[in-house]
Ligand binder design. Sequence first.
Ligand code: PEP
Length: 259
Amino acid sequence: MRKKLIAGNWKMNLTADEGRALALALRSQIEPDAPVLLRDREVMVAPPFVAIPAVAQALAGSPIALGAQNVHYEERGAFTGEVSAPMLLPFGVKFVILGHSERRHIFDEDDALIARKVGAALSHGLTPILCVGETAQEHDEGRALEVVLGQLDRGLEGTASAAALDGRMAIAYEPVWAIGTGRNASPEDAEAVHRAIRARLAERLGREAAAITRILYGGSVTPQNVDVLAGRPDIDGVLVGGASLKADSFARIIRARTG
Ligand code: PEP
């Protein structure tokens, strides 16, 4: 059975001190019943790079995993402003969000670049969360599946099934029109896209790898709508932006009813 993954993307929010405070508040909300609560789900937070050391310290000994919001494909060198996988590993970073729509649309990241980052993440033992999703216009033109599956194919270029068979691969379906807008894909529509993603993963990486790869939904997930989304069989968790910035709302999302 796939464990659900509840992932918080803090984006460019929270200083190191604020991140530490949020991590500690989250711990105190979920740790009392973590042995039961986390039997069928994992939790991850992805702070801004400079807050990672403080948040890592605050999460020491906790079941909450640490993620990064990006990574460079090289290990070191003349890449001003970039951060590599070996720089993240000493802080216990386990996940990295790649191909987020803000990276694609604001920073012009293309699928070829994202595929190199996916490869680098996997080769350093990080679990990539590869984000895919159509814009509002592509959605209105009925091209959601074509766009999402194209991003998936190109983003996984060069990825071998072995990596996915390790369970170290996750996909996040994040319709761009749903991110930070308060609009959601309906659970039925999201589920249909997730099923199509899993079918494509089976073609690319094999059925076994597809069966263990987690496919998250992201886009205006809140405590109010998480249950209907996370309850769907092909929605293996959620990637949460705004609602992950407050301990109360993220803790409620972590407690989503999934059955
Ligand atoms: C995101 O940043 O991945 C996201 C889904 O944001 P929000 O939850 O705020 O829509």
